[in-house]
Design a protein around this ligand. Structure first.
Ligand code: ADP
Ligand code: MG
Length: 860
């Protein structure tokens, strides 16, 4: 809170800077005192280390029909009836003293109704010292060895501290010592004052471990009392007139240049030990008591503020003297406040008169409550209401703790007795509210920039110097009688110089002679001394020169050392930074490790799944292969079986066909024989080369004799998919081949082909002129009727120069007799050699050079 260099008391932080200032709530603790007598009714129960519960006393419950509920209140910590002063100090005040030593301000106050143990907590009793003597003790145990000489630091009466040289301080000390003592207040009870040794046992002594020993410290204490909104200095040394005692003068509050409030003209006593400080405190305490008695005041209605100011300044680079730089002086303070009783009624006088209650409310505490409320509201709701600090001296004095920075702690003292119940409830409400107020955390004091360890090095140097001097026989002392006596003895002794007789002319000349001799010896000795002195002087000068050189050397070394120290400090900061970074990185690594673990687990399970699937696939594959092999075996088996079966069937069919053929041949032969027999006379064989070809007549005649079989269809007939008839023939030239054996049937569907060359036997000449060829072929259908087939084909030239016909289409024209029983005959009969013949025999007719289609058909 104190900027180094101001040497002032609490400093207000500049105009509201930023909201990033760290804040801490006011630390509120609760201390429950034991009941006066065991059998008293207790209305407070400690239910945890931080919570208490208030029970309404029995009488009250009965009065208000159980309207009072059991209420719970929480604190930073609750100290039960068995808590001793030491435990309380460790938790509550020790951190504040620690802060004080490290240039941070603190405010500690006790709050509660009269008789709840506020004074006991703050001051304590002999053998059971409270927070105040313990804090002083800890402070001096910590900074004691590093204290500055008295008057090195001097209050400047403007709430600041001045620094003066050791010599000036010494002079001032001597001046003060020579002044007649201010007459002390006559006190018959002086001996009854408790001494510090009575308060704390030595084994309870405690100490801060991190005191900067490169600083010099001074402790100043002040003690004021606020009564009825007037401030009185309890340490003021006013001459006391026992006959006509003057009422004490009240003090006023002022604001210093840093906008901190202070009591103007308040005595600040520099103390060098716990005992001295405690003595000063006790002096103030006594004065307070006397004033209260004399002025008939009620002590429970006054607030007492004991302030411990710690001034510190760094040692110079040599570690020998305090740095004479006011800017380097730091001041921090700890205020220990024992507030007035918070009850609304004055217990001593208020015998119940409710009307007087309101008037007796302690205005300062009211203001304190209001200030806390407004502060809390401003902080919680972001409002900017004016906090009425100025309404009372106490709040005005503490303004900087709440507006500026520092640590604020409050101990709420409660008496669990039933009588206090209602007041205690109010105290609890105030405590709860106060806990929600936040105070800016004090910032760390910057380092002065000089190398640490200066005091230690200086001490080591001094020790070494005195050790060496001792080795040389120690410092000489010329006035020592042991040295002087033999010198005097070496001089000639004086003769007796008593003059008895006026005519004595021997004594005087003898004396003169001896004295002259002595004079000569003295002169000789003096010369010798001067000679020795000059040698000594030159030696000293030489030594001084050497010392100077050594000093500059030491100075150089020290500056080097300080540079190194600076480097070390910066490197330490770097190390800190790196360590922090390291920690964050470790944290990250940790997280990543966890993530990796998770992924790895996932991977493992997926791998497992993959493996099982692959295995299953493998199994399925091998199963399929087995199946395939089995199927292949079956297929080959079946194939072989069928092949054999087919072969067997083909062979059987062939055999059958051969048989049939043979039968047909036989029949044909017979028929031929018959035909030749019957027509030998009338019609000579027109084409003896084709006797097997049945004529139309024959067909007609024999039609009834043989059973018709369906004409074998060409296996691959050259049939055109588009069924074109006469109309398409218009543009093409046709050869209309009508065998002479054809009968003229009176059918309606007779093809008329225009421009056709009609032939009964196809010849080369006719074919060469045409592109198309049609054969009107008649045969006996299976039902015994004559069927005319129009076998059509394309004519094309062969390579050999001939003509070939490729059959493309067959049209069948058939006449049917509606009465003819045709179905039976047609279906089952396998006969029809004549027709087969017809077909077979048509081929040579169709073409002079063989058509491919025909050739194929003839083969089987
Ligand atoms: P206050 O200052 O609040 O008016 P005091 O501190 O004077 O109250 O306490 C009143 C009495 O109670 C004193 O005699 C004191 O010794 C005693 N007392 C208070 N608190 C305790 C405690 N925690 N243990 C023992 N005695 C206590
Ligand atoms: Mg008290």
């Amino acid at each position: 809170m104190y900027r180094p260099g101001k040497g002032k008391t609490p400093r207000k932080p500049g105009p509201k800077k930023a909201s990033n200032i760290e804040k801490d709530p006011v630390g509120v603790y609760c201390r429950i005192r034991p009941l006066g007598t065991e059998d008293e009714e207790c209305c407070i129960e400690m239910i945890s280390s931080s919570t208490i519960q208030l029970h309404a006393p029995d009488g009250l419950k009965a009065n208000r029909n159980g309207e009072y509920k059991e209420m719970q209140y929480s604190f930073k910590k609750v100290f039960g009836i068995n808590t001793n002063q030491m435990e309380l100090f460790e938790d509550v005040a020790k951190p504040l003293v620690e802060d004080l030593i490290h240039c941070k301000n603190g405010l500690l106050f006790t709050y509660g109704v009269t008789g709840s143990g506020k004074t006991y907590t703050m001051t304590g009793s002999p053998g059971d010292g409270g927070l105040l003597p313990r804090s002083l003790d800890m402070l001096f145990n910590s900074v004691g060895p590093f204290q500055a000489k008295r008057f090195v630091f001097k209050p400047d009466d403007k709430n600041g501290m001045e620094i003066q040289s050791q010599v000036d301080a010494l002079l001032e000390r001597q001046k003060r010592d020579s002044q007649p003592l201010v007459p002390k207040t006559p006190s018959s009870r002086q001996k009854a004052d408790p001494e510090f040794v009575d308060m704390i046992s030595p084994e309870e002594a405690c100490k801060s471990e991190n005191v900067d020993d490169d600083c010099c410290y001074s402790v100043f204490v002040s003690y004021i009392e606020v009564y009825n909104n007037y401030i009185y200095d309890l340490l003021e040394d006013a001459p006391f007139d026992p006959i006509r005692p003057k009422p004490p003068q009240s003090k006023i509050l002022r604001e210093d240049q840093n906008h901190n409030m202070y009591v103007a003209g308040c005595t600040e006593v520099e103390v060098k030990s716990t005992e001295e400080a405690f003595e000063v405190f006790w002096k103030g305490q006594k004065k307070r008591r006397i004033a209260n008695t004399q002025l008939n005041r009620e002590s429970s209605r006054s607030h007492s503020v004991f302030t411990v100011k710690l001034v510190q300044a760094p040692l110079d680079a040599d570690g020998d003297h305090i740095l004479q730089d006011k800017n380097q002086v730091n001041v921090s303070q700890l205020c220990l406040v024992d507030l007035a009783g918070s009850e609304r009624t004055s217990r001593t006088r208020a015998e119940g008169s409710r009307l007087r209650e309101a008037g007796n409310i302690n205005q300062s505490l009211m203001t304190l409550r209001t200030c806390m409320e407004v502060l809390r509201e401003n902080q919680m709701c972001g409002t900017n209401k004016m906090v009425p600090y100025r309404d009372s001296k106490v709040t005005h004095l503490f303004k900087n703790y709440f507006d500026g920075e520092g640590k604020v702690r409050m101990i709420v003292c409660v008496n669990p007795k039933a009588d206090d119940y209602e007041e205690t409830m109010l105290v609890m409400r105030f405590a709860e509210m106060t806990q929600e107020v936040e105070v800016a955390r004090p910032v760390d004091r910057p380092i002065c920039g000089l190398a640490p360890g200066r005091r230690h090095r200086n001490q080591a140097f001094r020790d070494e110097l005195s050790r060496r001097l001792e080795e040389r026989g120690g410092p000489s002392n010329a006035d020592d009688p042991i040295l002087l006596d033999p010198l005097i003895e070496s001089l000639p002794a004086l003769p007796p110089c008593e003059l008895m007789d006026p005519a004595d002319d021997q004594t005087l000349p003898r004396l003169i002679e001896v004295l002259e001799r002595r004079h000569r010896i003295r002169q000789m000795m003096s010369e010798q001394f001067n000679k020795s002195a000059s040698t000594m002087k030159s030696m000293l000068q030489q030594f001084d020169g050497q010392l100077g050189a050594k000093e500059t050397f030491i100075h150089d070394q020290q500056s080097k050392l300080s540079e190194k120290d600076k480097v070390i400090i910066s490197q330490r900061a770097e190390i800190d930074r790196l360590e922090k970074k390291h920690k964050t990185l470790e944290y990250k690594v940790d997280i990543l490790q966890k993530t990796t673990d998770m992924y790895e687990q996932d991977k493992r399970s997926l791998q497992q799944e993959l493996d099982t699937r692959a295995q299953r696939l493998q199994m399925e594959l091998s199963e399929r292969r087995r199946m395939e092999q089995r199927m292949q075996g079956m297929v080959t088996d079946t194939k072989l079986k069928w092949e054999k079966e087919c072969e067997r069937r083909v062979n059987a069919k062939q055999l059958e066909m051969q048989n049939k053929l043979w039968v047909k041949d036989e029949k044909l032969k017979q028929l031929k024989a018959i035909v030749t027999e019957s027509s030998s006379g009338s019609r000579p064989a027109e084409r003896p080369e084709k006797p097997e070809r049945p004529s139309r007549e024959r067909d007609h005649n024999i039609g009834k004799k043989r059973s018709a079989s369906p004409s074998p269809l060409p296996t691959a007939p050259p049939v055109r998919p588009t069924h074109r008839r006469s109309q398409s023939a218009g543009g093409e030239k046709w050869v209309d081949h009508k065998p002479p054996s054809n009968l003229d049937l009176d059918t309606v569907m007779q093809p008329i082909i225009p421009n056709a060359i009609k032939v009964s036997t196809p010849n080369e000449k006719a074919l060469s002129k045409c592109h198309k060829y049609v054969l009107r072929h008649q045969e006996l259908a299976s039902d015994g009727e004559i069927e005319t087939k129009l076998i059509k084909g394309n004519v094309f030239k062969t390579r050999g120069g001939g003509q070939a016909v490729q059959f493309t289409d067959i049209e069948t024209l058939k006449q049917e007799c509606p009465t003819a029983p045709s179905r039976k005959r047609r279906s089952g009969s396998a006969e029809g050699p004549a027709q087969m013949d017809d077909t077979e025999n048509r081929a040579p007719v169709a073409s002079t050079s063989l058509a491919v289609g025909y050739q194929k058909r003839r083969k089987p």
